[in-house]
Design a protein around this ligand. Structure first.
Ligand SMILES: [Zn+2]
Length: 193
């Protein structure tokens, strides 16, 4: 039994360094070059949904370009989540530079059904996806949340979170059941370091 525990400790230390919070690792790559710098490896969509929705309902999101500017105000520091790796493009570019296959696999897992095209074949093609203009800058007028990650019905409508399938930004969206009107808020400036 002790041997099993010891083996698990070594294994855990050697590989993932996962915490009780879930999939948190110290390094992005197995080559141990890209430090995660405290960023979650996976996006905790339910936590983002809760924090974003609360900011919207308190009117804090009205004047903010990104929910990250306001969604942790007054929130217990123990549940504040740093920006996840997939939403940190400078970090993703470093990873693509060092290990394009791993980084591309990770992005494909993250984007899931929101990315409805063949996977990029190399770092250069993946970087092109990271350079996509967000829908609003590109003049599309709204984001497209066709494959959401989590949803939460509330009152007369439903909250959704996930990646926009057109620009791959992480978005909080509200859709009203009665008139199908929608509103949306981007979580992070994914371009910023
Ligand atoms: Zn979009």
């Amino acid at each position: 039994m002790a041997a099993v525990v010891a083996a698990w400790l070594v294994e855990g230390k050697d590989n993932e360094e996962e915490t009780a919070m879930g999939k948190q690792r110290k390094y992005l790559d197995r080559g141990r070059k890209i430090e995660l710098e405290g960023r979650p490896y996976e996006v905790d969509w339910m936590t983002l949904l809760g924090a974003g929705r609360s900011a919207v309902q308190r009117g804090r999101a009205d004047g903010a370009a990104f929910l990250s500017e306001v969604m942790w105000e007054g929130v217990d520091p123990a549940v504040v989540t740093p920006r996840p790796a997939a939403l940190d493009y400078p970090l993703m570019r470093r990873w693509l530079d060092v290990n394009e296959d791993e980084a591309i696999d990770y992005l494909m897992d993250e984007w899931g059904l929101a990315f409805d095209e063949p996977a990029p074949e190399n770092a250069s093609q993946a970087n092109e996806l990271l350079e996509l203009e967000d829908c609003i800058t590109a003049g599309r007028g709204a984001h497209m949340l066709s494959a959401y990650q989590r949803s939460l019905p509330e009152g007369t409508g439903t909250w959704f979170v996930g990646y926009c399938s057109d620009c791959l930004r992480a978005i909080l969206m509200w859709i009203d059941d009665d008139d199908l009107s929608s509103r949306w808020w981007p979580f992070y400036d994914q371009e910023s370091a």
